[in-house]
Design a protein around this ligand. Structure first.
Ligand code: PLP
Length: 380
């Protein structure tokens, strides 16, 4: 079976992990700081806070900007459930903004319209989570302008977009957001097994995030409310979590970062090969927005008779997948009042979507197998 995504772990990565395991630090230690610096330098972000998953990163980013009961968070329905669940962890409400059928990202026109309505009836979101679907940045300049106008926070779900370029910078620089979140799940661009990171330019938010990942505790003398009672002394300043990343995971992440550019280059090359090979087939790919260069986490095609094509590909040993079942149609969200028909563009997109295999280690010959199988499945 050719999977839709998989990690690429080298001997050098393994050596880095073994070295970390033999060191004094097993949980959060110097490798975490090194990994954070590597990602921050790469994205040109001021601060990076590593945690144990992308989901935890979303959770503390929302909590860090003050999302709580009585507030609401808006996101795209075309995403993994975590982009919405992070609001629920904070006791906040969730709403969605429909997608642009050209890019499958949140529609800025739909967002603008919904914000105008919210301004009239006092239901303004506190946080917007734009999701850079498949590794293509949302239109962040426009979103940031709306955030300034209406006064909401922007937390980018950049789980798909490590390595993506937007408007002359890297996604994760937070040029147009308060925070951006990466995931290091094995199907993402680089992996730590499980892991995530919050990027931000805001020193106060960075400080809050560092406390939130470790029980709300600080040992920083400058932050203590009382005088230190000795070297053992720490204070819990807020209610936090244990969301720490282990040092051996961070060692893997830092080692993987050295190959990120090569991973992204290979993904872009494979996407070009797909684009070229699928030109004459009855399938449609996403339109590129002119302001960026995607790092391509997913390669999604839209096909008629999706079920039939999907089953044929799986039968041919191709681990195709579907991203995403619209979040508002999950039973948990339906129980909160969402209905089929609420976000028709995301629903229409979902009905026809198939994700083809895409990962740095996919060989040309394997990709040709996928292409030939897709040709047969769509022509029979
Ligand atoms: C992978 C992913 C997440 C969650 O990341 P985990 O590291 O698995 O917790 C969140 N949002 C999106 C869009 C993702 O693809």
């Amino acid at each position: 079976m050719i999977p839709y995504g998989r990690q690429d772990v080298s001997e050098e990565d393994i050596r880095a992990v073994v070295e970390a395991l033999k060191s004094e630090f097993i949980t959060q230690g110097p490798a975490v700081a090194r990994f954070e610096k590597a990602v921050a330098d790469y994205c040109k972000a001021a601060f990076a806070v590593a945690v144990n998953s992308g989901t935890s990163a979303l959770h503390i980013a929302c909590q860090g900007v003050g999302l709580g009961p009585g507030d609401s968070l808006w996101t795209s329905p075309n995403t993994f459930v975590a982009s919405a669940n992070c609001a629920r962890y904070c006791g906040a409400k969730v709403d969605f903004v429909d997608i642009d059928p050209r890019t499958y990202n949140i529609s800025v026109a739909a967002l603008r319209q919904k914000l105008e309505g919210a301004a009239r009836n006092g239901s303004m979101p506190k946080v917007l989570v734009p999701v850079h679907f498949a590794g293509q940045s949302c239109e962040m300049r426009e979103i940031w302008e709306l955030a300034g106008h209406y006064g909401f926070y922007v937390v980018e779900d950049a789980s798909h977009a490590l390595g993506a370029d937007y408007d002359g910078g890297k996604v994760g620089s937070c040029a147009y957001s308060h925070a951006a979140v990466f995931s290091f799940h094995p199907v993402k661009h680089i992996t730590t097994g499980e892991g995530g990171m919050v990027m931000t330019r805001d020193p106060a938010l960075a400080q809050a995030l560092m406390q939130l990942r470790t029980h709300g505790i600080t040992r920083d003398r400058a932050l203590l409310r009382s005088k230190s009672e000795g070297d053992w002394y720490y204070e819990q300043l807020r209610l936090g979590f244990n969301f720490r990343m282990t040092d051996f995971q961070a060692a893997l992440g830092a080692s993987q970062m050295r190959r990120l550019e090569a991973f992204v280059a290979r993904r872009r090359q494979l996407v070009e090969r797909y684009d070229h090979a699928l030109k004459d087939l009855p399938v449609a790919g996403p339109q590129r927005s002119p302001s960026g260069n995607p790092s391509w986490h997913l390669y999604v095609v839209q096909v008629d008779k999706r079920r039939k094509v999907f089953d044929a590909l799986r039968k041919a040993g191709i681990g195709v997948n579907v991203h995403y079942i619209p979040v508002h149609l999950q039973p948990y969200y339906e129980a909160l009042g969402f209905r089929r028909g609420d976000f028709p563009q995301a629903e229409r997109y979902y009905e026809r979507a198939i994700s083809l295999p895409l990962y740095a280690g996919l060989a040309d010959s394997e990709q040709d197998v996928v292409i030939n199988a897709l040709r047969q499945a769509t022509q029979s």
